[in-house]
Design a protein around this ligand. Structure first.
Ligand SMILES: [Zn+2]
Ligand SMILES: [Zn+2]
Length: 755
């Protein structure tokens, strides 16, 4: 058979995932000659083979590719014949134009976990053990493509043993860019809150950390994605101390477990939850409290019947947990509202009054990220925070424009989306841009992306809200770079995000958009949040909204659920809740109500008002606390005899009538349980959505906005939709909350005519 030179191009997430070593070994096994290298599009392979062998080779690549890689496309073609005498890996040419996804961080693999526990292995106890299948990637990337020289590991020169592994095709660390060991790698440092060294013997440090945690101390541990604040999760006093020092009275903490078995001892897990916990993302998974546990659940997530749980994402955490053999609190190392800290100096400065000890190391973190958070409703994964392991690629959407686009996102749960080439990058979650530090992190990361891709935006998309810091900065950037600037309405962006995620823009049929969230500036300058849209023929039309009610006391309204209740009640019923306010407050708010002109249709505030009406909470201590508590309360209702609280569907009066029903039930002496009312409230909302689709004869409903993180609402919706043969679409790779706004802005800009 005649041999020709074939060029195979593989694109997708194929760099930094052990792809070249995989190809090398496959070619060697097949006795094929040629080469493999990274290029600007992914991985490029040349082989000399017959047509049949070349195709079979490609098939084997597609079938047996490294588990953590993602192939988005592939091609094979005959090129000019070249003579090869061997098969080799060729180093990347760094001058090429880059058009590939960023490689996300991968949690420590089982192979590496075994090695660090094996006293006969040379990586025994080495806290930065990684291989081609695991370790930090995005967090340490300084340039493209993913080669050691382009990461912060370039500061560490491999010793001869590591180099032997790196160059040996049969070794698991062949071409492992993050390869290092205790002789040549990253070193740990354990200091107290004055910065004084407590232990510098590398072998003793882990034991010492475990000992301190056991003794009830709080330790700031630098993981490969940023600092974590840790303490014993079975020690109530230690947890209370952490709450006090962090000034975080109620917001739930995540718990890091040593093994999946230990998690199973404390929680009932579904197969999906188990798989997610053990995946290369290793996110925090929100679990229902279902068993008696050894951990202090009441202090970990006060007033909630759920706990956020995860497994070690790095060798460092694996070693500490192995030593301790019990679960620990592991919460982002930051001070109130600021971003996760990743530098030693900052940690010592800002956390000195929070942590007793600091475990530092000398691997520089380029892109600090919080841990990602997910939960499951039946089979469906709901992303609550998209960060480590998930950011920043959005695989599956190709850009249609030649001009780089930057979408600035929203304000409270900020992200940005950048399209420098044909790939779409949705940044990790940053947080509330009211914080100066969060804003700085957000701005700097945009600059880093511009450098990374060597590209500046030509088009900038911003939210309509002029006071969002993302809008302010977007306008600045637009002036600086002389770009086009386009404003996109918040809820239309939410809608476009789901339409984009499900490739629905080409749909011939009408799609109903239910966009319910806390706040967003509407086209009529009122605060929207309970919106009904219809999508058809590249157009989004707002067809309906919930009755407007008074938005009072500015930002305070979102923080104090009692104010939403105050605003929604009428003059006859308002007196029922007088004891939730001081007499001065009552006077002030009553006066405000009379002169107020700002209106809202926010369902987020409706949830707040119900939580307050049921006396669940009047003042939040953290964002969305009322919504979480109300969901928890409704979930605790075990029967299915909840009722529709409305006899008719008239949007013009729904919130106030609905609330009147609830308040009447809650405040009358008929002994109605809170859980029953809460479940009935959510049931009523689900019914409203399905009825709207039936009324308009629409078969597909797209839902987005923070309200759709409510698991009971999702369950009830799914049940009713199934009965009526209606398709429900939710955000899937993105969170339903404002984290999806930047992506939605991009989708809106690219697909909607009536801008
Ligand atoms: Zn590994
Ligand atoms: Zn070494």
């Amino acid at each position: 058979m005649q041999s020709k030179t074939y060029k195979i191009q593989i694109t997708g997430c194929v760099q930094g995932v052990g792809f070249r070593p995989f190809i090398f070994n496959l070619a060697k096994r097949k006795g094929l000659f040629g080469s493999v290298s990274n290029n600007g599009k992914g991985v490029i392979i040349y082989i000399n083979a017959s047509k049949e062998h070349a195709n079979r080779f490609l098939n084997e690549i597609l079938t047996n590719k490294p588990k953590i890689s993602i192939i988005t496309s592939h091609s094979i073609e005959v090129v000019t014949y070249q003579e090869y005498s061997d098969f080799s890996i060729i180093a990347s040419n760094s001058n090429v134009q880059i058009n590939i996804p960023l490689t996300p961080d991968f949690a420590v693999c089982n192979y590496c976990k075994e090695e660090i526990k094996d006293s006969s292995n040379r990586r025994y106890n080495y806290a930065f053990t990684t291989c081609v299948h695991c370790g930090p990637r995005y967090a340490i990337t300084t340039k493209f493509p993913f080669e050691r020289a382009n990461t912060t590991l370039s500061n560490f020169e491999m010793c001869s043993d590591c180099n032997k592994e790196y160059t040996n095709p049969t070794n698991k660390r062949f071409h492992s860019q993050t390869n290092s060991c205790k002789d040549c790698g990253i070193t740990l440092k354990l200091v107290n809150n004055l910065g004084e060294t407590v232990e510098d013997n590398q072998q003793e440090i882990i034991q010492k950390v475990a000992q301190f945690i056991s003794e009830g101390k709080i330790i700031a541990i630098k993981n490969t994605n940023g600092y974590l604040l840790c303490c014993d999760s079975t020690n109530k006093e230690a947890i209370q101390q952490l709450r006090q020092r962090k000034q975080r009275p109620n917001k739930p903490f995540a718990v890091l477990y040593p093994t999946i078995k230990a998690i199973k001892n404390n929680f009932k897990l579904t197969k999906n939850e188990e798989n997610a916990l053990q995946s290369s993302v290793a996110p925090i998974v929100i679990l229902q409290n279902s068993k008696i546990t050894t951990i202090e659940v009441a202090s970990i997530a006060p007033n909630l019947n759920q706990t956020g749980v995860m497994l070690p994402s790095s060798s460092l955490l694996e070693l500490i947990l192995q030593e301790l053999q019990k679960p620990i609190i592991a919460t982002s190392g930051n001070i109130h509202g600021s971003p996760i800290i990743s530098e030693e100096k900052e940690a010592q400065k800002y956390l000195k009054n929070v942590a007793d000890y600091f475990l530092h190391h000398n691997l520089q973190i380029e892109f600090p990220q919080d841990d990602s958070v997910v939960k499951f409703v039946d089979e469906q994964q709901i992303i609550l925070r998209r960060s480590r392991g998930l950011a920043s690629n959005y695989i599956g959407i190709e850009s249609k424009t030649n001009e780089p686009i930057l979408a600035m996102g929203a304000h409270l749960k900020s992200t940005f989306t950048f399209v420098p080439n044909q790939h779409t990058y949705v940044s990790q979650y940053f947080g509330n841009l009211d914080s100066y530090e969060v804003l700085e992190r957000y701005k700097n990361t945009i600059k880093q992306y511009e450098n990374l891709f060597n590209s500046k935006p030509k088009i900038i998309l911003v939210d309509k809200h002029p006071q969002y810091q993302s809008t302010v900065f977007g306008k600045e950037l637009s002036q600086e770079n002389n770009t086009k600037l386009i404003e996109i309405q918040h809820h239309k962006a939410h809608f476009a995000s789901v339409l984009g995620e499900h490739h629905l823009f080409t749909s011939k049929e009408k799609i109903l958009g239910i966009i319910w969230d806390g706040t967003g500036l509407g086209d009529d300058n009122q605060i929207w949040g309970g919106e009904f849209f219809i999508y058809q023929n590249q157009e989004i039309i707002r067809t309906n909204h919930f009755e407007y009610f008074n938005w009072i006391a500015n930002d305070k309204m979102a923080k104090e659920p009692r104010l939403s209740l105050f605003s929604l009640l009428n003059n006859d019923t308002r007196d029922l809740i007088k004891d939730k306010f001081s007499s001065t407050e009552w006077k002030i708010y009553s006066k405000t109500l009379k002169s107020n002109t700002l209106k809202t249709s926010s369902i987020g505030r409706l949830f707040d008002s119900v939580a307050s009406a049921l006396d669940i909470i009047d003042i939040n201590s953290y964002e969305a606390e009322a919504a979480m508590l109300l969901e928890d309360c409704a979930n605790s209702y075990n029967n299915k005899d909840y009722v529709d609280l409305l006899e008719f569907n008239d949007y013009d009066t729904i919130p106030s009538i609905l609330l009147l029903q609830i308040v009447t039930k809650a405040y009358k002496i008929d002994g109605t349980s809170k859980a029953y009312i809460a479940a009935s409230f959510i049931y009523t909302l689900a019914k409203i959505i399905i009825n709207e689709a039936l009324k308009n004869k629409i078969k597909t409903i797209a839902c987005s906005g923070g309200v759709f993180q409510n698991s009971l609402l999702l369950k009830m919706l799914k049940e009713r939709a199934e009965n009526q043969n209606i398709n429900l679409k939710f955000n899937r790779k993105l969170s339903a909350n404002d984290e999806n706004i930047s992506f939605g802005q991009l989708m809106y800009f690219q697909n909607i005519k009536n801008k």
